[in-house]
Write a new protein. Structure first.
Length: 221
C-alpha cells in the first residue's frame, strides 16, 4: 500500500489555497467520501474525536455563511463541496461528560476498569497538565486545535486525489454561529465553529509555493 516519497511531495506542491473553483466541475461522490473518511479517521487527543462535519451543499445556506465570511467570498459559491468543521465544547469534552463515557464504552469498547483509569488520566490532563477546566474558551480552543489535524488530513488526501481545497477562517465567529443556530439547527452552547474548508477544481494555477528552507525551521538535537 506504500506510495513513493515523490508522490507525497508532489501532492504537497500541487496543493494550494484555491481562491476560486470551477463551479461546473463537481467532485465524484466516491472521491469526496474518501476525503471525508480521512477526516473521520484522523487522530485526536485521547481518541475522543472533538469534531463534527457539516457538508453544506444548498446554495441558500451557503449564502447565509458567505454574508459573514470575508475570507470565502469566491470559494463558498464556486466550491463543489463546502465543509463547516465544528468543535465540541465543554458540554461534550469535560472528563465526566456523557459523551466521554459514550466514546469509551460504545466506541472504544473499554472494560469498566480501563474506562475509569482512562477517565482519571484525562481528568488530570484537563485539570492540571493543560488547565483546560479554568475557562470554557481554553477547552474550546483545545478542541479546535485537534480539528485542524483532520483539516490537514482532508486537504492532503484531496491533493493526492487531484482535488483542490482552501481552508477558511476569515469570518465573524459570533455572527457565523448565530447563522448556524438559526439556519442549521446547531446547538451553539454545545458546538462552535472551528473553520471551514472548500473543495473543488481550480480555474487557474496557483502561485509557485514559497516556504522557508528546512535549515531555518528545524534543528536536530
Amino acid at each position: 500500500m506504500a506510495i513513493s516519497s515523490s508522490q507525497i511531495i508532489d501532492s504537497y506542491y500541487f496543493r494550494h489555497a484555491c481562491k476560486e473553483f470551477d463551479p461546473e466541475k463537481k467532485i465524484p461522490t466516491e472521491t469526496f467520501e474518501t476525503i471525508l473518511e480521512t477526516g473521520r479517521l484522523s487522530p485526536s487527543s485521547f481518541g475522543f474525536e472533538p469534531w463534527f462535519y457539516l457538508i453544506v451543499q444548498k446554495p441558500a445556506l451557503r449564502d447565509k455563511l458567505r454574508e459573514f465570511t470575508w475570507g470565502g467570498q469566491k470559494q463558498i459559491p464556486t466550491a463543489s463541496h463546502l465543509v463547516v468543521i465544528l468543535a465540541r465544547r465543554r458540554y461534550f469534552m469535560k472528563y465526566d461528560s456523557a459523551y466521554i463515557t459514550y466514546m469509551m464504552q460504545d466506541i472504544m469498547n473499554l472494560p469498566e476498569a480501563a474506562m475509569e483509569k482512562k477517565r482519571e488520566v484525562y481528568r488530570n490532563f484537563q485539570q492540571n497538565d493543560f488547565k483546560l477546566l479554568e475557562n470554557d474558551r481554553a477547552m474550546f480552543d483545545w478542541a479546535c486545535k485537534q480539528t485542524y489535524i483532520a483539516l490537514g488530513n482532508m486537504m492532503t488526501s484531496a491533493a493526492m486525489l487531484g482535488v483542490d481545497s482552501c481552508p477558511i477562517e476569515g469570518f465573524d465567529q459570533e455572527k457565523i454561529e448565530s447563522v448556524l443556530q438559526e439556519h442549521f439547527e446547531v446547538e451553539t452552547d454545545k458546538f462552535g465553529i472551528s473553520c471551514m474548508v472548500a473543495f473543488g477544481y481550480r480555474v487557474k494555477e496557483g502561485r509557485p509555493k514559497t516556504r522557508q528552507p528546512m535549515e531555518q525551521i528545524s534543528r536536530w538535537v
